[in-house]
Design a protein around this ligand. Structure first.
Ligand SMILES: C[S@@+](CC[C@H](N)C(=O)[O-])C[C@H]1O[C@@H](n2cnc3c(N)ncnc32)[C@H](O)[C@@H]1O
Length: 237
């Protein structure tokens, strides 16, 4: 049996965003345990990690990539597709954010092995990061692949694609910047289409699956279980 380590030994709590009603978060809070490999990666590759702070993100000081476009991924899971995308586009400064510590360990392990230089990682509520550390009109793109669908109607208020969050992202994107979303939940795809159609300042909708988007872990499971994948791309007008 694999040795598991209580996660509290390594990482801290997530500070909630004030964007949604008190207690409402877009992620499931879970107590997790990490493997020795993940723990080693969290220590050995800590130089990829950016801590929460009030100073804004900077391509120059955080990535040593002055002038590079910054793209944020919200909810990378285990990060296999994140690493592939970072390797594929080394001129982009990529910030990958998730709250799930074992996944952070997995991503750091892969990023370190690939010796990536254009990736930074945060263990935080991405909404808090966006509110606190991202200047207006400073992002080239945001990626949200297979955000939790929260299928029960009483949980829809936890969905990532909802008006206050769309408005926050819109304010942080450069003109022409994009929000790329993929989902395996048909009803969520319909809801995303409705929410984004109601929001002003966006153009876009459903697109053909981009070939350069690697299959994520959740996507692979959805395909095995026979669900349809929908990619949606919205650009700040
Ligand atoms: C269903 S999983 C998908 C993971 C991965 N993108 C994939 O396709 O395999 C959604 C992920 O989003 C993360 N997440 C949801 N809301 C978040 C938020 N506000 N900030 C950071 N991560 C979030 C969850 O912790 C979870 O790891």
């Amino acid at each position: 049996m694999r040795q598991m380590i209580p996660v509290e030994r390594v990482f801290a709590h997530h500070e909630a965003s004030t964007l949604l009603s008190p207690g409402i978060r877009t992620f499931k809070t879970r107590r997790s345990r990490i493997t020795p490999t993940q723990e080693r990666a969290l220590i050995s590759y800590a130089h990829y990690v950016i801590e929460m702070r009030s100073e804004p993100l900077s391509a120059e000081s955080d990535w040593q990539m002055p002038g590079a476009p910054i793209v944020v991924e919200i909810g990378f899971g285990t990060g296999a597709s994140t690493v592939a995308m970072a390797e594929h586009d080394q001129a982009t400064a990529l910030l990958a954010i998730d709250v799930h510590t074992p996944g952070i360990g997995d991503l750091l392990d892969k990023a370190g092995a690939a010796q990536l230089t254009n990736l930074r990682v945060m263990e935080a509520d991405a909404l808090t990061v966006l509110e606190r550390m991202v200047l207006p009109e400073s992002l080239s793109g945001v990626r949200s692949y297979f955000p939790d669908p929260w299928p029960k109607a009483r949980h829809h208020k936890r969905r990532l694609v909802q008006p206050p969050i769309a408005q926050l992202l819109h304010s942080k994107l450069l003109p022409g910047g994009y929000w790329h979303i993929a989902t395996d939940w048909d009803e969520y795809a319909e809801s995303i289409t409705c929410v984004m159609a109601e929001e002003s300042g966006w153009v876009g909708g459903q697109i053909k699956r981009p070939e350069n988007r690697p299959v994520t872990m959740f996507e692979a499971r959805a395909l095995r279980e026979g669900r349809t994948i929908t990619d949606l791309l919205y650009t700040k007008a």
